[in-house]
Write a protein that binds this ligand. Structure first.
Ligand SMILES: Cc1cc(C(=O)N2CCN(C)CC2)sc1-c1cc(O)c2nc[nH]c(=O)c2c1
Ligand SMILES: [Mg+2]
Length: 221
């Protein structure tokens, strides 16, 4: 049967990227998506914003929701020391299989823990499974309809601490309006929007950075 788009993306990585070199893996994926086939990686423009937020946060525990082909896992972990705890959740087994190979090609397989399953099922198990109390940085890039329930779940599970940063992709396109309303009106978050474009296109999109202020009460009127 025909190969899938993720499999063709992986093939481009194997052919064009240097083993053990994360930057060449990122470049190979961006080249494939710009010149061969569009794919829903965060991409180079939003990726540069992701890089800057990761560097300014310098997290020791990271959770990513939505691995897809592993592009953002490679982007994030190429910036952080080996001791960093990085967990990425992917519900699609075909995506997860490709992501493991992309991450391995980048030489980051020892730094990345990829778990297959639904975020709603796995988030409550994070503490028990990994002995992680709170996450310093969380990247939302799975599915727009899960953003709001999942940030509420992270709060309810006590997985956010004062200063934890949640960065969400695609808040304009495909769009997560209820999520934006929530984080922007909540007294427990300080939010700001990074204007950008949908990966590999000129369509408007952006990232929302929401810093957790601690376990406060009430909503802003
Ligand atoms: C699948 C898809 C189609 C989009 C679009 O508007 N398109 C018009 C323009 N053409 C070129 C591409 C297609 S945007 C998008 C998308 C983008 C992400 O970054 C995503 N991240 C996580 N999870 C998602 O489901 C996710 C979907
Ligand atoms: Mg995305």
């Amino acid at each position: 049967t025909r190969t899938s788009r993720p499999q063709r993306l992986l093939q481009a990585v194997c052919i064009n990227a240097v083993r053990g070199n994360p930057d060449s893996v990122i470049a190979a994926i961006d080249h494939f998506c710009q010149n061969q086939e569009w794919a829903m990686n965060v991409g180079d423009e939003k990726g540069a914003i992701l890089d800057s937020v990761v560097m300014e946060t310098s997290p020791s525990t990271v959770l990513e929701l939505g691995t897809y082909c592993g592009y953002s896992a490679v982007r994030i972990m190429r910036l952080l020391p080996p001791a960093t705890r990085f967990i990425t959740l992917e519900m699609n087994p075909d995506y997860a299989a490709v992501a493991r190979q992309v991450i391995q090609h980048a030489g980051l397989q020892d730094k990345v823990c990829l778990v297959e399953g639904k975020s709603a099922d796995l988030i409550p198990k994070m503490a028990d499974m990994f002995g992680i109390r709170t996450f310093d940085f969380v990247f939302f890039d799975h599915w727009k309809d899960c953003y709001l329930p999942d940030i509420r779940l992270l709060e309810d599970c006590g997985l956010l601490d004062q200063g934890s940063v949640v960065l969400a992709d695609n808040v304009l396109c495909p769009g997560a309006p209820e999520y934006l309303d929530y984080v922007r009106s909540s007294l427990r978050f300080s939010s700001r929007f990074y204007r950008s474009h949908l990966e590999y296109t000129r369509v408007l999109d952006g990232l929302e950075r929401s810093e957790y202020l601690g376990h406060r009460d009430a909503q802003r009127d």
